[in-house]
Design a binder for this molecule. Structure first.
Ligand code: BGC
Length: 382
């Protein structure tokens, strides 16, 4: 049976879709008897960009795991361009996608495309980034984003010497100077990371152990549109000029929410003469995503830390959710409170993340097969 005939009438809601798929499969000549025939189902997968390895890895993992489960996959990357992503999703709906998995660029910019999907009974799974301002999102798979922010701050505090390797207080009372960077203001995750980090840093800011040299302590001042490396480098350069006498002022650490941003910050600091690595006086910089270029920098003692979010596990949760819809079920959430998108609290499945520093690259990233030793040494993904 053709996929086009599956949605005989517009069905409303995910369960209805699943049932119609199941009914179709049961009567199909190619023999499926229980549930939907996976090969009859196309999953549209919309990813934000290929400029970050993180999203390439996510795209690959979602595609291969869906294909292994027997689904057809329409995978698109949008080059961080909102109209491109809108058009790609419209196209997926027009081309007959049965389920959508969407990692948005701007979490508020997809309402009309997703309403169209909803009218056709297509379940929508928000992937890693919440989609805001619409009812047309059924489920959300992500990491515990507030906790990611906590971990980013903890890694910075460890690099500065306030926390030990178990992330417990060392009792250090030295006063240190930091700067703060936030993520993209149109990405819902950015404020979760920021809030987790700031709640963790606040006691140190309150008792004066930490000072933000520029005084820029609001998210709006620290945000980095599109998580862009060049934008972050430029802001760091401006801060060095305005606050650190062009590079001679004391700066001990920088909170960064993403490895691309970290690399921009590090380049600016190196160019201003802070030193090539931490041992030579380069400030401690945090990160996120364990991108291979940053894992090499961590291995070389240049970037202090990153966060490991295993994209393979996230992909697998997305596939579990998609399969549940395909079979006429609802995916199982482990959080039904945290992610209010303005229209509804979206049932979510949250995964845990880990802090990566030099001495656990091997155990977390190499032993798990995420990166090979050669990739860590070269900083280039095979
Ligand atoms: C993701 C992060 C990523 C950032 C930049 C966020 O939505 O959760 O893992 O670093 O986007 O791509």
């Amino acid at each position: 049976m053709k996929r086009t005939s599956m949605r005989i009438a517009a069905v409303t809601g995910a369960v209805a879709l699943g049932l119609s798929l199941a009914a179709c499969s049961g009567s199909s000549s190619d023999g499926g008897s229980d549930g939907a025939a996976a090969e009859d189902i196309t999953v549209g997968v919309a990813m934000p960009t290929e400029t970050s390895e993180r999203w390439i890895a996510d795209g690959d993992a979602v595609q291969s795991q869906l294909e292994d489960a027997g689904y057809d996959v329409d995978l698109q990357f949008a080059n961080d361009d909102i109209p491109t992503q809108q058009q790609q999703i419209e196209q997926m709906v027009t081309n007959g996608a049965d389920i959508l998995v969407v990692a948005s660029i701007d979490g508020t910019a997809l309402a009309s495309q997703l309403e169209a999907a909803k009218e056709k009974g297509i379940p929508v799974i928000a992937y890693d980034r919440l989609i805001n301002g619409t009812d047309a999102v059924d489920f959300y798979v992500t990491f515990d984003n507030y906790q990611v922010g906590v971990q980013q701050a903890q890694s910075l505090l460890r690099g500065l010497g306030y926390l030990d390797e178990n992330y417990e207080e060392t009792g250090l009372t030295d006063e240190k100077v930091i700067e703060l960077f936030g993520g993209s203001p149109d990405d819902n995750n950015a404020t979760f990371f920021w809030n987790g980090a700031m709640d963790t840093l606040q006691p140190y800011l309150d008792d004066g152990r930490l000072t933000v040299g520029s005084g820029q302590t609001e998210f709006d001042q620290a945000a980095t549109l599109r998580w862009d490396q060049a934008t972050a480098q430029k802001r760091m350069e401006d801060l060095i000029t305005s606050t650190y006498s062009g590079g001679s002022g004391q700066l001990d650490g920088v909170l960064s929410p993403f490895d691309g941003i970290s690399r921009g910050i590090i380049t600016a600091l190196q160019n201003a003469g802070y030193g090539d690595d931490i041992e030579a006086g380069l400030p401690v910089v945090s990160g996120q995503d364990s991108e291979i270029a940053s894992v090499k920098l961590i291995n070389d003692g240049v970037q202090f830390a990153s966060i490991f979010k295993d994209t393979r596990s996230l992909a697998s949760e997305a596939v579990t959710a998609a399969s549940a819809y395909a079979e006429g079920d609802e995916p199982e959430a482990n959080d039904t409170e945290s992610y209010d998108n303005g229209n509804k609290v979206v049932p979510s499945f949250l995964l845990q993340s880990d802090i990566v520093v030099q001495d656990n690259i091997q155990s977390l990233l190499v032993d798990s097969g995420y990166w090979t030793e050669d990739e860590v040494a070269s900083g280039i993904a095979d």
